[in-house]
Ligand binder design. Sequence first.
Ligand SMILES: C[S@@+](CC[C@H](N)C(=O)[O-])C[C@H]1O[C@@H](n2cnc3c(N)ncnc32)[C@H](O)[C@@H]1O
Length: 264
Amino acid sequence: MTRTDGYLLDNQQAEAGERFDAFATLFDPVTFRHLQGFGIGSGWSCWEVGAGGTSVISWLAKKVGPTGKVLATDIDTSLVASAARPPVEVRVHDVGADELPGEGFDLVHARLVLVHVRDRERALRSMVKALRSGGRILIEDADPALQPLLCPDEYGPEQQLANRLRQGFRSLLSERGTDLAYGRRLPRLLREAGLCGVQADAYFPVASPACAALESATIRQVRDQLVSSGLATDEEIDQHLANVATRTMDLATAPMISAWGRKA
Ligand SMILES: C[S@@+](CC[C@H](N)C(=O)[O-])C[C@H]1O[C@@H](n2cnc3c(N)ncnc32)[C@H](O)[C@@H]1O
């Protein structure tokens, strides 16, 4: 059910479900708008890479219906396993290392996944290879270097602390091999992979209650690493969590770049 070697935000930790709920609130409308634009419908065969939770695959399952197929893969399927009933199949799979789990897909989608994959070049090649001719790919990934702040309006000590801890979190991600400027590269990478009609856009919330939920869960999840790396003290983390809990801070996320194209 799990092979999480090297992934900082392990799905086995209690906070992972909270993070997936926040991603769904923040990003599902963007993802679904793009997928609707492709004309997704009955009978489509889809591969959801690094599925995480159930919100995207449940939506896909409704769209493709009983004649379609949704293959949900992840290195850790603990939080997606409950959705495994036709047309959804759930499989443990490392997109950067394992053989293709299938071919001839009408749609391949990954959201906030490739940025964490060590061999993301290979992962992208696999995802393109898995498409049928004319099939669509949608890759959505963060670009924390484009907008690095948790509080873009840094008007007081709470916001300064928030932005300092965000910088610490980014350091942890970099140490694990995360490409913090990956999102912006996606349109070029899709063109270089031979896809047609490549386009991309970006989205990030500037203030949303879901950002507070995401930040609280993320910081609790990486607390030990922040402290042991000397990037923050326990007192600073407690203070920041208390500040976030007031729900009065305007918290943003990194921009999510959505890039899409069609296989010739
Ligand atoms: C930030 S979460 C995003 C989850 C989901 N796609 C979403 O948008 O809510 C990243 C997910 O990618 C998975 N993941 C990380 N490395 C992976 C790999 N090499 N192959 C497949 N999945 C991977 C993680 O286990 C986690 O579920």
